[in-house]
Design a protein around this ligand. Structure first.
Ligand code: GLY
Length: 319
């Protein structure tokens, strides 16, 4: 290559890159999409909190943690935090994880006596050299960090568990009447995506059972170059297909968030016989702030905060 044309090529590539970055920056500056989505319609207040924090300029990681805390504090939500359903022995154990736009993550597993476990997962991410803390170790870390020790079993959840204990019927069906997990994705004014997941897991689970919610890649995955996804439903099936990671990888290949959620759900459906029906749902968001959702069974809803409005969306489903 002649020296002159080589210099021209270098110059033109550099110029094109500069123009392209400028265009991207302009696009982002002209209309940063600020959006929050969260699984199920009982997360209305949680999603509103996250959306309002984003509008005030908070980062996506702070918004997801503070948003999810609203559900964790709510005793009427029997699948998350305080008032969550116990395991078969009557003990409430919580699972949670967070992931930020840098790809950093934190997770806590089978934690007792601590309400705001998504915040605790963020503390694991930011204040320890580890990604995951389990059981007593996670609880001790929380107490050192100043979290209050709280009995998570409410009278309402205790009564339901006592009723269940009369038959001990173990049903893996997870749907609107027995739904689980708050999963939340936020995109902030800097175009950064973060997510959080928090759950008491499957009601009346075997003691020690852990689902998808605290497993990075299964309950939650973020790649800030592409987007994020969170899962709800039967954790065992989500773990088998590393569901949230799959959704993000499909978006990386060019699928829309809607197409990616549909494809990941169909993967689970194709692995299971129709006799074996249960609920799994995903919600996803890409870098443009576009969102999608899909579930196996009907009845799945999610909350969507955009432009100051917090709407309930009924998801499409396979059946
Ligand atoms: N999706 C929550 C769980 O299976 O524990």
């Amino acid at each position: 290559m002649k020296r002159r044309s080589f210099i021209f090529d270098i110059f033109s590539v550099g110029f094109a890159t500069a123009i392209s970055s400028r265009l991207n920056a302009n696009n982002l500056n002209s209309s940063p999409v600020i959006r929050s989505i969260s699984t199920w319609n009982n997360t209305k207040e949680a999603n509103l909190m996250a959306g309002r924090l984003l509008d005030k300029g908070k980062s996506s990681i702070d918004a997801v943690v503070e948003g999810v805390a609203v559900s964790e504090n709510d005793p009427k939500n029997t699948t998350v935090g305080f008032g969550g359903a116990p395991d078969s022995s009557g003990k409430v154990t919580l699972d949670a994880c967070v992931m930020n736009h840098l790809g950093d993550c934190g997770s806590v597993v089978a934690v007792e006596n601590i309400v705001n476990v998504a915040r605790l997962a963020k503390d694991v991410m930011e204040k320890t050299p580890h990604v995951m803390l389990a059981g007593k170790g996670a609880e001790e870390f929380a107490l050192i960090e100043g979290y209050k020790k709280t009995d998570l079993l409410t009278e309402f959840s205790k009564k339901n568990w006592q009723k269940w204990s009369e038959t001990k019927e173990y049903s893996p069906i997870i749907n609107i009447d027995n739904h689980d997990t708050i999963g939340m994705l936020c995109i902030d004014q800097n175009n950064n995506i973060s997510g959080a997941c928090s759950s008491s897991g499957q009601a009346y689970k075997m003691p020690g059972r852990v689902g998808d919610s605290p497993i990075i890649g299964s309950g939650l995955f973020i790649d800030n170059k592409v987007g994020g996804a969170v899962a709800t439903g039967l954790g065992e099936e989500i773990i088998k297909t590393v569901g949230s990671f799959l959704v993000v990888e499909l978006m990386r290949q060019g699928f829309t968030p809607q197409e990616a959620c549909e494809s990941a759900v169909k993967r689970i459906v194709s692995n299971n016989s129709q006799k074996n029906r249960f609920q799994v749902a995903y919600i996803a968001m890409n870098k443009k702030g576009e969102v999608g959702s899909y579930s196996i069974e009907p009845g799945f809803t999610y909350m969507d905060y955009l432009n100051g409005k917090n709407k309930e969306i009924i998801s499409k489903s396979e059946f």
